[in-house]
Design a protein around this ligand. Structure first.
Ligand code: SAM
Ligand code: SF4
Ligand code: SF4
Length: 373
């Protein structure tokens, strides 16, 4: 009998006569699976480390992420083989896009070997995955060419200001703008298909950097994306008063460099796209706070230690590392993923208040560095 809540899943007991109540995926219909809000699973973000060499005040503030912070031990991390196996299973379920992130992903030793393994994975129709990575750029001069050679197609580099003083205040480890710009240059030289720059805008902190950043990246072939400061985790002291709405960001840039809105490249695209009227290229804004996009959210996140999270603001994940390290088959793991996804109802951004809520019984939401930004 086919499960009514999700007609494409049948209980394993009915399918193969086994006792376990794990549903089995019907072959060839994986990509149709949707959650309770009719959203398909398409993207997977994988956090490869919960550590970082920056202490951005909006992400890993020094006061919390100090030498006593309980980072994961080496053994707790998913191994490259395990990440690749999960990626293959997710791909069989309709995932087409993989983003490696963290923490700072380039701190993970030999990350290029993982990239090479993931670059071999194919979708059921034989296509390559859209394989990308987000980095703070600090190690890119050393790694860019290795990553490109391994099969990484696209790259996003975070940079919040062109002023050294402002950037250092935000990264809180005295890291210089020029070193990130050099990382961006290395990515250009390596020949990535697409390079984007993420800038988190905090009102009263770096809003004066918006125009210099727009000016710098115009006509460069690099897309600048301006992100609203979000209430991720429980430690960044988020307050609505520090959010600069994307519509104000656009208005500001438009006064200097006239803009025209563009259609999304695909349904569920996180950034709203704009182009410079004079042909200077594109920018994007990510309005997670003021113009939510939960209704088209197709993203799952795999934490550094193999827990599956269905929302950036989730309180809890489902432990897949234990399944991977048991004798479960790929099919059983695929079914466990489908089961989890089919019950997904997350739409946090649509219901957030003006202050970070107390999250769960422990009083904490999970940190972005752990589940992957
Ligand atoms: N360390 C890498 C980096 O900074 O690019 C990858 C991980 S980081 C968590 C991924 C992205 O999330 C970065 O572009 C970062 O700026 C963004 N981010 C982190 N905390 C944020 C927050 N509170 N609000 C909005 N964006 C945030
Ligand atoms: Fe590190 Fe990226 Fe978070 Fe900054 S945003 S602390 S670079 S993980
Ligand atoms: Fe997706 Fe959750 Fe963000 Fe909404 S709040 S867009 S469901 S990750």
């Amino acid at each position: 009998m086919v499960d009514r809540a999700n007609p494409r899943i049948i209980p394993i007991s009915n399918a193969v006569g086994a006792q376990a109540a794990i549903p089995v995926v019907l072959q060839g219909t994986h990509s149709e699976t949707s959650d309770l809000r009719q959203r398909h699973l398409r993207d997977l973000r994988i956090s490869v480390t919960d550590r970082c060499n920056f202490r951005c005040t909006y992400c890993m503030p020094k006061s919390i992420f100090d030498q006593n912070y309980p980072y994961l031990s080496q053994d707790a991390l998913l191994r490259f083989e395990e990440i690749t196996r999960m990626t293959k299973i997710f791909t069989s379920l309709g995932v087409e896009k993989i983003r490696l992130t963290g923490g700072e992903p380039l701190l993970r030793k030999n990350l290029e070997s993982l990239v090479a393994m993931l670059a071999e994975v194919r979708t059921p129709s034989g296509q390559k995955l859209d394989l990308t990575l987000t980095t703070n750029g600090s190690l890119l001069r050393k790694k860019a060419q290795l990553l490109k050679n391994a099969g990484l197609q696209r790259i996003t580099i975070s940079l919040d200001a062109l002023s050294d003083a402002v950037f250092k205040k935000m990264n809180d480890v005295d890291f210089a703008v020029d070193d990130v710009l050099d990382g961006i240059e290395a990515a250009k030289e390596a020949g990535f298909e697409s390079i984007k720059v993420n800038m988190v805008v905090k009102k009263g902190v770096n809003e004066q950097e918006i125009l210099p950043m727009a000016q710098h990246f115009r006509n460069s072939g690099i897309t600048l994306r301006l992100i609203e400061f979000m209430d991720v985790g429980s430690s960044n002291g988020w307050n609505m008063a520090e959010v600069m709405p994307s519509r104000d960001v656009i208005k500001l840039i438009d006064t200097q460099f006239p803009l025209q809105s563009l259609e999304p490249n695909y349904i569920g695209e996180v950034a709203q796209r704009w182009r410079y009227v004079d042909g200077g290229g594109e920018i994007g804004v990510i309005s997670s706070v003021t113009q939510t996009f939960c209704h088209t959210c197709t993203r799952a996140r795999l934490s550094t230690d193999g827990h599956l999270f269905l929302c950036l603001f989730a309180h809890q994940g489902v432990d897949f590392k234990s399944l991977l390290r048991s004798d479960k088959s790929d099919l059983e793991i695929a079914n466990a993923i489908m089961n989890t996804w089919s019950k997904r109802d997350d739409h946090y951004s649509e219901i957030r208040g003006s202050h970070t809520p107390i999250a769960n019984s422990t009083g904490r939401k999970v940190e972005m560095s752990y589940i992957g930004g």
